[in-house]
Design a protein around this ligand. Structure first.
Ligand code: SF4
Length: 450
Protein backbone atom coordinates (compact mmCIF):
# COMPACT_ATOMS: atom_id res chain seq x y z
CA UNK A 1 0.00 0.00 0.00
CA UNK A 2 1.30 3.46 -0.90
CA UNK A 3 2.20 5.72 1.98
CA UNK A 4 2.12 9.50 2.36
CA UNK A 5 5.32 11.49 2.71
CA UNK A 6 5.41 15.13 3.85
CA UNK A 7 8.67 17.05 3.35
CA UNK A 8 9.45 20.41 4.97
CA UNK A 9 12.52 22.05 3.41
CA UNK A 10 14.27 24.97 5.07
CA UNK A 11 17.30 26.75 3.63
CA UNK A 12 19.33 26.85 0.47
CA UNK A 13 19.10 25.37 -3.01
CA UNK A 14 21.38 22.50 -1.94
CA UNK A 15 18.70 21.53 0.59
CA UNK A 16 15.96 21.83 -2.01
CA UNK A 17 17.89 19.49 -4.30
CA UNK A 18 18.57 17.06 -1.42
CA UNK A 19 14.83 17.02 -0.64
CA UNK A 20 14.07 16.14 -4.27
CA UNK A 21 16.59 13.27 -4.06
CA UNK A 22 15.09 11.96 -0.79
CA UNK A 23 11.59 12.14 -2.25
CA UNK A 24 12.65 10.22 -5.34
CA UNK A 25 14.42 7.52 -3.32
CA UNK A 26 11.40 7.04 -1.08
CA UNK A 27 8.98 7.03 -4.02
CA UNK A 28 10.83 3.96 -5.22
CA UNK A 29 10.03 2.45 -1.79
CA UNK A 30 6.29 3.15 -2.02
CA UNK A 31 5.91 6.69 -0.66
CA UNK A 32 4.01 9.47 -2.39
CA UNK A 33 4.41 13.21 -1.76
CA UNK A 34 1.60 14.55 0.40
CA UNK A 35 0.93 18.25 1.10
CA UNK A 36 -1.19 17.49 4.18
CA UNK A 37 0.92 17.01 7.30
CA UNK A 38 -1.98 15.48 9.24
CA UNK A 39 -2.34 12.70 6.62
CA UNK A 40 1.37 11.82 6.51
CA UNK A 41 2.80 8.38 7.29
CA UNK A 42 6.31 9.85 7.28
CA UNK A 43 7.71 13.35 7.69
CA UNK A 44 11.14 14.62 6.67
CA UNK A 45 12.35 17.96 7.97
CA UNK A 46 15.35 19.11 5.93
CA UNK A 47 17.04 21.70 8.10
CA UNK A 48 19.43 24.64 7.71
CA UNK A 49 21.71 26.06 10.39
CA UNK A 50 23.42 28.85 8.48
CA UNK A 51 21.54 31.44 10.58
CA UNK A 52 20.08 31.24 14.06
CA UNK A 53 16.58 32.01 12.72
CA UNK A 54 16.59 29.03 10.33
CA UNK A 55 17.71 26.71 13.13
CA UNK A 56 14.98 28.00 15.48
CA UNK A 57 12.42 27.53 12.71
CA UNK A 58 13.57 23.93 12.27
CA UNK A 59 13.42 23.15 15.99
CA UNK A 60 10.02 24.74 16.35
CA UNK A 61 8.64 22.68 13.42
CA UNK A 62 10.21 19.45 14.73
CA UNK A 63 8.78 20.19 18.20
CA UNK A 64 5.30 20.64 16.73
CA UNK A 65 5.47 17.07 15.35
CA UNK A 66 5.45 15.59 18.88
CA UNK A 67 1.65 15.70 19.04
CA UNK A 68 1.29 13.94 15.67
CA UNK A 69 3.64 11.19 16.85
CA UNK A 70 1.57 10.73 20.02
CA UNK A 71 -1.58 10.37 17.93
CA UNK A 72 0.11 8.04 15.44
CA UNK A 73 3.07 6.11 16.93
CA UNK A 74 3.74 4.49 13.49
CA UNK A 75 4.55 7.90 12.00
CA UNK A 76 8.23 7.99 10.93
CA UNK A 77 9.93 11.33 11.57
CA UNK A 78 13.31 11.97 9.95
CA UNK A 79 15.39 15.13 10.37
CA UNK A 80 18.01 15.78 7.68
CA UNK A 81 20.31 18.67 6.73
CA UNK A 82 22.81 20.80 8.58
CA UNK A 83 21.07 21.06 11.98
CA UNK A 84 20.76 17.26 12.08
CA UNK A 85 24.43 16.84 11.14
CA UNK A 86 25.54 19.35 13.73
CA UNK A 87 23.28 18.39 16.62
CA UNK A 88 23.09 14.56 16.26
CA UNK A 89 22.84 13.09 19.76
CA UNK A 90 21.88 16.48 21.27
CA UNK A 91 18.84 16.57 18.98
CA UNK A 92 17.87 13.02 19.94
CA UNK A 93 17.86 14.01 23.62
CA UNK A 94 15.95 17.22 22.96
CA UNK A 95 13.47 15.72 20.47
CA UNK A 96 13.02 12.03 21.43
CA UNK A 97 10.01 11.68 19.08
CA UNK A 98 12.39 11.94 16.07
CA UNK A 99 13.18 8.49 14.60
CA UNK A 100 16.03 9.28 12.18
CA UNK A 101 18.64 12.01 12.38
CA UNK A 102 20.77 12.05 9.23
CA UNK A 103 23.46 14.26 7.74
CA UNK A 104 23.82 15.37 4.10
CA UNK A 105 26.13 12.47 3.22
CA UNK A 106 23.53 9.91 4.40
CA UNK A 107 20.52 10.95 2.32
CA UNK A 108 21.15 8.16 -0.20
CA UNK A 109 20.70 5.58 2.61
CA UNK A 110 17.27 6.92 3.56
CA UNK A 111 15.15 3.98 2.25
CA UNK A 112 17.30 1.54 4.27
CA UNK A 113 17.05 3.77 7.34
CA UNK A 114 13.24 3.89 6.97
CA UNK A 115 13.08 0.09 6.79
CA UNK A 116 15.36 -0.27 9.76
CA UNK A 117 13.31 2.07 11.92
CA UNK A 118 10.03 0.43 10.86
CA UNK A 119 11.35 -2.99 11.96
CA UNK A 120 13.42 -2.14 14.98
CA UNK A 121 11.44 0.83 16.30
CA UNK A 122 14.61 2.41 17.59
CA UNK A 123 16.00 5.85 16.89
CA UNK A 124 18.87 6.08 14.40
CA UNK A 125 21.59 8.69 14.11
CA UNK A 126 23.36 8.63 10.71
CA UNK A 127 25.70 11.61 10.77
CA UNK A 128 29.12 10.06 10.23
CA UNK A 129 31.18 11.78 7.51
CA UNK A 130 33.59 9.77 5.42
CA UNK A 131 36.73 11.14 3.77
CA UNK A 132 36.05 8.67 0.93
CA UNK A 133 32.46 9.78 0.35
CA UNK A 134 31.52 9.89 -3.34
CA UNK A 135 28.25 11.40 -4.54
CA UNK A 136 26.38 8.41 -6.00
CA UNK A 137 25.40 8.35 -9.65
CA UNK A 138 21.74 9.33 -9.71
CA UNK A 139 19.24 10.13 -12.46
CA UNK A 140 16.40 12.38 -11.32
CA UNK A 141 12.77 11.49 -11.79
CA UNK A 142 11.41 13.81 -14.46
CA UNK A 143 7.98 13.78 -12.83
CA UNK A 144 9.39 14.95 -9.52
CA UNK A 145 10.00 18.71 -9.66
CA UNK A 146 9.61 21.54 -12.17
CA UNK A 147 9.32 20.56 -15.82
CA UNK A 148 11.39 23.38 -17.28
CA UNK A 149 14.25 24.07 -14.85
CA UNK A 150 16.26 21.95 -12.45
CA UNK A 151 19.25 22.01 -10.12
CA UNK A 152 22.13 19.60 -10.64
CA UNK A 153 24.57 19.09 -7.75
CA UNK A 154 28.18 19.10 -8.91
CA UNK A 155 29.94 19.07 -5.55
CA UNK A 156 29.33 18.94 -1.82
CA UNK A 157 31.12 20.49 1.12
CA UNK A 158 33.71 23.23 1.36
CA UNK A 159 37.37 23.49 2.35
CA UNK A 160 37.52 27.22 2.88
CA UNK A 161 36.72 27.58 6.57
CA UNK A 162 35.55 31.18 6.44
CA UNK A 163 35.57 31.94 10.14
CA UNK A 164 31.82 32.69 10.41
CA UNK A 165 30.64 29.65 8.45
CA UNK A 166 29.55 26.22 9.59
CA UNK A 167 29.33 24.58 6.15
CA UNK A 168 32.74 22.83 6.30
CA UNK A 169 31.59 21.23 9.57
CA UNK A 170 28.08 20.27 8.49
CA UNK A 171 28.67 19.32 4.85
CA UNK A 172 32.24 18.17 5.20
CA UNK A 173 35.26 18.57 2.93
CA UNK A 174 34.84 19.30 -0.79
CA UNK A 175 33.77 16.28 -2.82
CA UNK A 176 33.39 16.80 -6.57
CA UNK A 177 30.89 14.63 -8.34
CA UNK A 178 32.12 12.60 -11.30
CA UNK A 179 31.96 14.62 -14.48
CA UNK A 180 30.34 11.74 -16.42
CA UNK A 181 27.57 11.51 -13.79
CA UNK A 182 26.91 15.25 -14.03
CA UNK A 183 26.74 15.12 -17.83
CA UNK A 184 24.51 12.03 -17.76
CA UNK A 185 22.12 13.81 -15.37
CA UNK A 186 22.01 16.97 -17.51
CA UNK A 187 21.49 14.94 -20.72
CA UNK A 188 18.71 12.97 -19.03
CA UNK A 189 16.96 16.14 -17.85
CA UNK A 190 17.29 17.97 -21.17
CA UNK A 191 16.08 14.93 -23.12
CA UNK A 192 13.05 14.95 -20.80
CA UNK A 193 12.20 18.58 -21.68
CA UNK A 194 14.15 20.57 -19.08
CA UNK A 195 15.34 23.87 -20.60
CA UNK A 196 17.37 25.47 -17.82
CA UNK A 197 19.96 23.88 -15.53
CA UNK A 198 21.61 25.44 -12.46
CA UNK A 199 24.83 23.74 -11.36
CA UNK A 200 25.01 23.69 -7.57
CA UNK A 201 27.80 23.57 -5.05
CA UNK A 202 29.02 25.50 -2.02
CA UNK A 203 31.99 26.74 -4.01
CA UNK A 204 31.58 25.63 -7.62
CA UNK A 205 34.80 27.40 -8.69
CA UNK A 206 36.89 24.84 -6.88
CA UNK A 207 35.16 21.93 -8.66
CA UNK A 208 37.72 19.23 -9.46
CA UNK A 209 40.37 20.39 -7.00
CA UNK A 210 39.88 17.23 -4.92
CA UNK A 211 40.51 14.99 -7.93
CA UNK A 212 43.99 13.71 -8.95
CA UNK A 213 45.70 16.32 -11.14
CA UNK A 214 45.92 14.00 -14.16
CA UNK A 215 42.14 13.31 -14.12
CA UNK A 216 41.02 16.76 -13.05
CA UNK A 217 38.31 18.69 -14.90
CA UNK A 218 38.18 22.35 -13.91
CA UNK A 219 34.89 24.19 -13.37
CA UNK A 220 35.20 26.22 -16.62
CA UNK A 221 35.86 22.97 -18.52
CA UNK A 222 32.83 21.36 -16.92
CA UNK A 223 30.73 24.41 -17.72
CA UNK A 224 31.72 24.19 -21.39
CA UNK A 225 30.81 20.49 -21.52
CA UNK A 226 27.42 21.06 -19.89
CA UNK A 227 26.70 24.09 -22.11
CA UNK A 228 27.30 21.88 -25.16
CA UNK A 229 24.51 19.42 -24.25
CA UNK A 230 22.15 19.71 -27.26
CA UNK A 231 18.84 21.33 -26.36
CA UNK A 232 20.02 23.09 -23.20
CA UNK A 233 18.64 26.63 -23.49
CA UNK A 234 19.95 28.23 -20.30
CA UNK A 235 22.75 27.40 -17.90
CA UNK A 236 23.39 28.95 -14.46
CA UNK A 237 25.56 28.12 -11.48
CA UNK A 238 25.89 29.05 -7.82
CA UNK A 239 27.80 29.74 -5.51
CA UNK A 240 31.36 31.00 -5.98
CA UNK A 241 34.08 32.23 -3.67
CA UNK A 242 35.65 35.26 -5.42
CA UNK A 243 39.17 34.05 -4.63
CA UNK A 244 38.69 31.14 -7.05
CA UNK A 245 37.16 33.08 -9.95
CA UNK A 246 39.56 32.47 -12.84
CA UNK A 247 40.02 34.23 -16.21
CA UNK A 248 38.98 30.91 -17.79
CA UNK A 249 35.60 31.20 -16.07
CA UNK A 250 35.19 34.82 -17.20
CA UNK A 251 35.93 33.70 -20.78
CA UNK A 252 32.95 31.31 -20.58
CA UNK A 253 30.67 34.37 -20.49
CA UNK A 254 32.09 35.48 -23.83
CA UNK A 255 32.01 32.07 -25.48
CA UNK A 256 28.90 30.23 -24.26
CA UNK A 257 25.67 31.53 -25.75
CA UNK A 258 23.46 29.68 -23.26
CA UNK A 259 25.35 30.74 -20.11
CA UNK A 260 23.09 33.22 -18.32
CA UNK A 261 24.35 36.72 -17.60
CA UNK A 262 24.22 36.52 -13.83
CA UNK A 263 26.99 36.02 -11.29
CA UNK A 264 26.45 35.69 -7.55
CA UNK A 265 29.74 36.88 -6.09
CA UNK A 266 29.56 37.05 -2.27
CA UNK A 267 31.77 39.87 -0.97
CA UNK A 268 30.74 39.76 2.74
CA UNK A 269 32.60 42.99 3.63
CA UNK A 270 34.23 45.97 1.92
CA UNK A 271 37.05 46.29 4.50
CA UNK A 272 40.30 44.37 4.09
CA UNK A 273 40.79 43.94 7.84
CA UNK A 274 37.35 42.33 8.20
CA UNK A 275 37.87 40.14 5.12
CA UNK A 276 41.15 38.88 6.61
CA UNK A 277 39.45 38.12 9.92
CA UNK A 278 36.71 36.30 8.01
CA UNK A 279 39.46 34.26 6.27
CA UNK A 280 38.03 35.12 2.86
CA UNK A 281 41.49 35.10 1.23
CA UNK A 282 40.92 38.08 -1.10
CA UNK A 283 41.23 41.81 -0.71
CA UNK A 284 38.81 44.52 -1.78
CA UNK A 285 41.21 45.44 -4.59
CA UNK A 286 41.30 41.84 -5.87
CA UNK A 287 37.52 41.61 -5.62
CA UNK A 288 37.07 44.82 -7.61
CA UNK A 289 39.41 43.44 -10.29
CA UNK A 290 37.11 40.38 -10.55
CA UNK A 291 34.08 42.65 -10.91
CA UNK A 292 35.83 44.63 -13.65
CA UNK A 293 36.87 41.44 -15.46
CA UNK A 294 33.33 40.07 -15.38
CA UNK A 295 31.87 43.34 -16.68
CA UNK A 296 34.45 43.45 -19.46
CA UNK A 297 33.65 39.85 -20.44
CA UNK A 298 29.90 40.41 -20.22
CA UNK A 299 28.81 44.08 -20.11
CA UNK A 300 25.16 43.40 -19.20
CA UNK A 301 25.96 40.86 -16.48
CA UNK A 302 23.90 41.11 -13.32
CA UNK A 303 25.95 40.94 -10.13
CA UNK A 304 24.47 39.92 -6.80
CA UNK A 305 26.17 39.38 -3.47
CA UNK A 306 26.02 38.44 0.22
CA UNK A 307 27.04 40.91 2.93
CA UNK A 308 27.42 40.46 6.69
CA UNK A 309 27.27 43.56 8.93
CA UNK A 310 28.55 43.80 12.49
CA UNK A 311 31.23 41.09 12.21
CA UNK A 312 33.44 41.08 15.35
CA UNK A 313 35.83 44.01 15.06
CA UNK A 314 33.90 45.80 12.30
CA UNK A 315 34.37 49.52 12.96
CA UNK A 316 32.23 52.38 11.68
CA UNK A 317 34.96 53.01 9.08
CA UNK A 318 34.88 49.34 8.03
CA UNK A 319 31.13 49.53 7.60
CA UNK A 320 31.53 52.71 5.55
CA UNK A 321 34.06 50.84 3.37
CA UNK A 322 31.34 48.23 2.68
CA UNK A 323 28.92 51.00 1.74
CA UNK A 324 31.57 52.52 -0.55
CA UNK A 325 32.13 49.16 -2.24
CA UNK A 326 28.39 48.80 -2.82
CA UNK A 327 28.37 52.21 -4.51
CA UNK A 328 31.25 51.19 -6.77
CA UNK A 329 29.91 47.77 -7.76
CA UNK A 330 26.22 48.73 -7.94
CA UNK A 331 24.87 45.24 -7.31
CA UNK A 332 21.57 44.27 -8.83
CA UNK A 333 20.61 42.87 -5.44
CA UNK A 334 22.21 41.76 -2.21
CA UNK A 335 21.40 39.31 0.58
CA UNK A 336 22.51 41.05 3.75
CA UNK A 337 22.50 39.84 7.34
CA UNK A 338 23.48 40.83 10.84
CA UNK A 339 26.41 38.78 12.06
CA UNK A 340 25.46 36.04 14.52
CA UNK A 341 27.85 33.45 15.88
CA UNK A 342 27.16 29.90 14.76
CA UNK A 343 29.02 27.20 16.70
CA UNK A 344 31.37 25.54 15.89
CA UNK A 345 32.51 28.28 13.46
CA UNK A 346 35.81 29.84 14.53
CA UNK A 347 34.37 33.37 14.89
CA UNK A 348 32.39 32.16 17.94
CA UNK A 349 35.67 32.66 19.80
CA UNK A 350 36.02 36.28 18.59
CA UNK A 351 34.98 39.06 20.88
CA UNK A 352 31.71 40.64 19.74
CA UNK A 353 32.40 44.37 19.44
CA UNK A 354 29.21 45.58 17.72
CA UNK A 355 26.02 45.78 19.76
CA UNK A 356 22.85 44.28 18.36
CA UNK A 357 21.31 47.74 18.18
CA UNK A 358 24.24 48.97 16.09
CA UNK A 359 24.04 45.89 13.82
CA UNK A 360 20.35 46.65 13.25
CA UNK A 361 21.22 50.27 12.43
CA UNK A 362 23.98 49.33 9.97
CA UNK A 363 21.84 46.67 8.31
CA UNK A 364 18.97 49.12 7.80
CA UNK A 365 21.30 51.71 6.22
CA UNK A 366 22.80 49.09 3.93
CA UNK A 367 19.50 47.53 2.90
CA UNK A 368 17.86 50.90 2.24
CA UNK A 369 20.73 52.01 0.00
CA UNK A 370 20.83 48.65 -1.79
CA UNK A 371 17.09 48.90 -2.44
CA UNK A 372 17.68 52.30 -4.08
CA UNK A 373 20.53 50.92 -6.19
CA UNK A 374 18.38 47.93 -7.20
CA UNK A 375 15.65 50.31 -8.34
CA UNK A 376 18.19 52.46 -10.22
CA UNK A 377 19.60 49.33 -11.90
CA UNK A 378 16.06 48.24 -12.83
CA UNK A 379 15.38 51.68 -14.26
CA UNK A 380 18.38 51.28 -16.61
CA UNK A 381 16.50 48.43 -18.34
CA UNK A 382 13.50 50.57 -19.34
CA UNK A 383 13.27 50.77 -23.14
CA UNK A 384 15.56 47.78 -23.67
CA UNK A 385 14.55 44.52 -25.27
CA UNK A 386 15.28 41.18 -23.66
CA UNK A 387 14.41 37.53 -23.91
CA UNK A 388 12.53 36.02 -20.98
CA UNK A 389 11.92 32.41 -20.10
CA UNK A 390 8.31 31.94 -19.05
CA UNK A 391 7.76 30.82 -15.46
CA UNK A 392 3.96 30.83 -15.56
CA UNK A 393 0.77 32.83 -15.77
CA UNK A 394 -0.15 35.29 -13.05
CA UNK A 395 -2.82 33.98 -10.70
CA UNK A 396 -4.12 37.52 -10.32
CA UNK A 397 -5.11 38.33 -13.92
CA UNK A 398 -5.66 36.51 -17.20
CA UNK A 399 -3.11 37.12 -19.89
CA UNK A 400 -0.46 38.33 -17.40
CA UNK A 401 2.70 36.29 -17.68
CA UNK A 402 5.83 36.16 -15.60
CA UNK A 403 9.29 35.17 -16.75
CA UNK A 404 12.96 35.56 -15.94
CA UNK A 405 15.60 37.29 -17.97
CA UNK A 406 19.09 35.92 -18.50
CA UNK A 407 20.11 38.25 -15.64
CA UNK A 408 17.60 36.42 -13.41
CA UNK A 409 15.34 39.48 -13.20
CA UNK A 410 11.60 38.85 -12.84
CA UNK A 411 9.74 40.30 -15.82
CA UNK A 412 5.93 40.56 -15.96
CA UNK A 413 4.08 41.27 -19.19
CA UNK A 414 0.70 40.95 -20.85
CA UNK A 415 0.23 38.69 -23.84
CA UNK A 416 -2.75 37.04 -25.54
CA UNK A 417 -0.54 34.05 -26.39
CA UNK A 418 -0.59 30.84 -24.39
CA UNK A 419 2.82 29.76 -23.10
CA UNK A 420 4.24 26.81 -21.23
CA UNK A 421 6.88 27.22 -18.54
CA UNK A 422 10.26 27.24 -20.29
CA UNK A 423 9.04 28.97 -23.47
CA UNK A 424 11.00 32.03 -24.57
CA UNK A 425 9.48 35.39 -25.41
CA UNK A 426 11.06 38.69 -26.45
CA UNK A 427 9.76 41.73 -24.62
CA UNK A 428 10.55 45.42 -24.23
CA UNK A 429 10.84 46.75 -20.68
CA UNK A 430 8.37 49.55 -19.99
CA UNK A 431 8.58 50.11 -16.26
CA UNK A 432 10.72 49.21 -13.28
CA UNK A 433 9.06 48.11 -10.05
CA UNK A 434 10.47 47.39 -6.62
CA UNK A 435 11.27 43.71 -7.17
CA UNK A 436 10.54 43.18 -10.83
CA UNK A 437 10.23 44.73 -14.27
CA UNK A 438 7.12 45.32 -16.34
CA UNK A 439 7.28 44.77 -20.06
CA UNK A 440 5.25 44.56 -23.23
CA UNK A 441 5.66 42.25 -26.18
CA UNK A 442 8.27 43.46 -28.62
CA UNK A 443 6.55 45.71 -31.19
CA UNK A 444 6.57 43.26 -34.16
CA UNK A 445 5.10 40.58 -31.88
CA UNK A 446 2.31 42.92 -30.80
CA UNK A 447 1.47 43.74 -34.43
CA UNK A 448 1.55 40.07 -35.42
CA UNK A 449 -0.95 39.23 -32.69
CA UNK A 450 -3.40 42.08 -33.48
S1 SF4 B 1 33.31 29.51 0.93
FE1 SF4 B 1 31.15 29.68 1.46
S2 SF4 B 1 30.53 27.64 2.16
FE2 SF4 B 1 32.78 27.68 2.18
S3 SF4 B 1 33.32 28.26 4.28
FE3 SF4 B 1 33.26 30.17 3.09
S4 SF4 B 1 31.13 30.95 3.32
FE4 SF4 B 1 31.16 28.78 4.01
Amino acid sequence: MLKNLFIETIGCQMNMRDSEIMLQLLKESGYLPCPDLAAADAVIVNTCSIRGKAEQKAYSFIGSLRRLKEENPDLIIAVAGCVAQQEGEKMRLRMPHVDIILGPQSIYQLPDLFQQVAHERQGIIATSQSQDFAIPSFLPDLKNGLAHKRFVTIMQGCNNYCTYCIVPYTRGREVSRRQEDILAEVQHLVAGGVREITLLGQNVNSYGNDQPRSERTSFPELLRQVAAVPGLVRLRFTTSNPKDLSPALMACFQDLANLCHHFHLPVQSGANGVLAKMNRKYTVEEYMAQVLGLRQACPDISLTTDIIVGFPGETVADFQATMDLMEKVRYDSAFSFKYSSRPPAKSCGFEETVSDQEKVRRLAILQNRQQEITEERHQEWVGKTMEVMIEGESKMANGQWSGRSSQNLIVNFHSPAIYSPGDLETVTITESCLNSLRAELKLEETLKND
